[in-house]
Every structure is written in C-alpha cells, then in structure tokens.
Design a protein around this ligand. Structure first.
Ligand code: KG4
Ligand code: ZN
Length: 361
C-alpha cells in the first residue's frame, strides 16, 4: 500500500524518567498531550528515585492513556500505531511503558513503533498546535536536511546533526553533568527545591547576571563538547565563601541565580559558535531546540543571538509541555517514521536504558 497522502494518528507514550506521559498526535498536530508529573514524589530525595518512579508509572499509565484518548476525541479504532520510548532512561521506569504497550498492542491489535527518547527531544520543535481554524499541515512535511538539533535537558546536553529521519551524528555533548542537572544541583545548594531550573529562571529575572563572574569552561579547546561540573564546583566554593558569615540576602540570591544561569548558557552558546565556525561548510536549514531547559526564555534569547551571525533561525517547541518529557514528541517521531518502522512483531521489544541517538533499534 502506498502511504503518500496518509496522515497517521499515533498514540505516543513516554515513561523514561519521572513523568508518565501519553499523547495523541496526527501527523505533526498535537491532539492531546497528558503528563502525570511525579515531581512532588521525588522532591524529598532532591532527584529521581527509580523504584518510586516505577510505582508511580504503574499507577498512572492506564489513566494517563485514557485521558489522552479522551482529550483527543479519538477511540482505539482511530489509533494507527503506538509509539513507545524504549531508551535512554531509567530501566525500571522504561520497563513500565514498554511492557504496558506490549499488553495493549496485543489486546487492541495495534502496530508498535520503538522510539529513542532523544530523537523525540531533537524533533519536538516540529510539533504543531491543534487549531480548528488552521488548515491541517501537509504530511509528511517537506524537511530540508541537514538540521542542527540543540537538546538541553536534565539528562543530556548535545548538538546533533540530522541528515534524515534516521541519520544522526552527535557533534558535541557534555562530558559530565547535563545543563539541567547542573542547574538543579546548584539550585539545591540555594534551596530552590526540585527541579530547580524553572525557579532559577524566575530568580534570575530579578538579578544582575554580571555580579558573580563564574568561569567559562573549556575555552582553550576547539572541540564542541561541553562540561558543567567545574561550574558546579565554582558555585559551591563561592556559596561557601559568601555564606561563611551570614546567609545570602534576597538580592544576592537573585544575582547568584542570574550569574550562574547566564554562565551555563554562555558555555552552550560559546560551544555552538565554535561548532558553527568549525563546520562553516554545512548549510543547516534550521536549528531545533528541545529538552526541558528549552522552556527557559533567557536560553532561547541567547541562542537566537548566537545564531544570528550565521543567518540561522531557532525553532522552539510550541509550549513548555513539549519541552520537558512528553508523549507528543514520541508520537511525532512515530508519525514521521510510520511507513517504515511500525511493526506488529513487538514481542521481543526491550527497554534500552543506555541507548544513544542514532543507534539502530
Ligand atoms: O527534558 P526533561 O523534562 O527531562 C530529561 O529528559 O532530562 O528536562 C528536565 C530538566 C530539569 O533539569 C529542569 O530543571 C529543567 O529541565 N528545566 C528548566 C526549566 N524548565 C525545566 N531549566 C531552566 N529553566 C526552565 N524554565
Ligand atoms: Zn528527556
């Protein structure tokens, strides 16, 4: 069967970390995107506790799927395939999604598409809002390759060249902590709660980003890799020094947040500039930003400024819910790959916690 004018409706499920998410996407259009957050459960641990995550996924997954279908006004008959994240992520968390999808697919007689979570973040900027007024975009979309994906999340920070739907090349990545993880850890030192990234953004708006000059990492190497652990140590040392006699004042706290956040983003922008200068022959059609930290407006602004001299535009996800972990981005990758990856032989499907972007699955 030729599938040229066919726009698949995909149920996308992601249980890679601490959010249970299910979404229905038709082509690129988000019909629903439900995220059952476990943030409150993990708050006392200051990070994600895998066994707690697994229990919460087990409790939430079926209701989350039901709500996603209901909000999308789609019945099971209207679902052409189920796209499921198989990695990377926390093994016990991924397992819940993978095993649930196998059960549902057998019961409802559905095709399954195994998805790499990082492909979801990389393509999340291509999701389109559902609007009754607007014409449904043509599917499959005409994508000009290569695209440069900048993914900044709690688990990853990477620059990826995308030459086709299944052709990924990592051009640079963090060699230690991810940017979001670094913001969360320093935010924890500042008692901003968990995850601290969004609070850091709000505090930074009230502060002076030039007050505390944190060092810019890896300036002497030409590589596009990044490192955030030195910044974290510098923050700990400065905080100890500043609080040795008395607690930070409100203004000092805001200035600390602004200075630290700016340096984390400076590092990303600095490495992106290096990458684009080293790679000047490449004609990227666009730069797609994704990942939880993509919700940060200061990061978006700084990246736009970085890309301007290269005449490149930044495409950001349509809303914050598709920046962090979500089923919509998984469904989108499923829709884009529907004609060649949807499978009825999914019984041997396994979670792959250490999966790399571009790895064959
Ligand atoms: O993509 P995501 O939901 O999970 C991973 O796949 O890692 O990203 C979560 C990360 C956390 O580190 C969180 O603090 C950060 O995204 N984050 C933000 C903002 N919103 C979420 N960081 C900075 N500013 C924000 N507004
Ligand atoms: Zn993620």
């Amino acid at each position: 069967m030729k599938l040229t004018n066919f726009t698949p409706t995909i149920l996308g499920i992601d249980t890679s970390c601490d959010d249970t998410s299910a979404a229905v996407v038709r082509g690129q259009v988000v019909l629903s995107n439900v995220v059952a957050s476990q943030t409150q459960l993990h708050q006392p641990y200051g990070g994600v506790f895998p066994t707690v995550a697994k229990q919460a996924h087990l409790a939430n997954i079926y209701p989350t799927i039901e709500i996603a279908l209901k909000r999308a006004q789609v019945t099971w008959d209207g679902i052409d395939a189920i796209a499921i994240t198989i990695g990377p992520g926390l093994a016990p968390a991924l397992e819940v999604g993978v095993e649930t999808v196998k059960t549902i697919a057998a019961k409802k007689n559905k095709k399954v598409i195994a998805i790499n979570h990082m492909e979801g973040h990389a393509f999340s900027g291509l999701l389109v809002s559902h609007s009754r007024q607007q014409a449904v975009p043509e599917f499959p979309p005409k994508i000009s390759w290569p695209i440069l994906a900048v993914t900044v999340s709690g688990g990853h920070t990477e620059f990826v060249k995308i030459d086709g739907l299944r052709e990924f090349k990592v051009l640079g990545k963090t060699i230690d902590d991810a940017a979001g993880e670094c913001l969360d850890k320093v935010g924890r030192m500042l008692n901003l709660g968990y995850p601290a990234g969004p609070v850091m953004e709000e505090f930074a708006k009230l502060g002076n980003s030039k007050r505390y000059p944190f060092p810019l990492p890896m300036t002497t190497t030409n590589s596009s890799d990044m490192s955030f652990s030195g910044l974290k140590t510098a923050a700990r040392n400065l905080l100890q020094e500043l609080t040795s006699k008395q607690d930070l004042s409100k203004q000092e706290l805001y200035d600390f947040a602004a200075s630290f956040q700016a340096r984390v983003f400076d590092h990303i922008c600095n490495k992106l500039t290096k990458l684009l200068k080293n790679d000047s022959e490449q004609q990227y059609s666009q730069v797609l930003l994704g990942g939880g930290v993509a919700a940060n407006m200061t990061l978006r602004k700084m990246l736009r400024k970085t890309l301007k001299p290269f005449s490149l535009t930044l495409t950001c996800p349509i809303n914050k819910r598709v920046c962090g972990d979500n089923g919509a981005m998984i469904a989108l990758v499923g829709a884009l790959n529907f004609s060649n990856r949807a499978n009825t032989d999914y019984k041997s499907l396994e979670r792959l916690p250490r999966l790399h972007i571009g790895e064959k699955i």
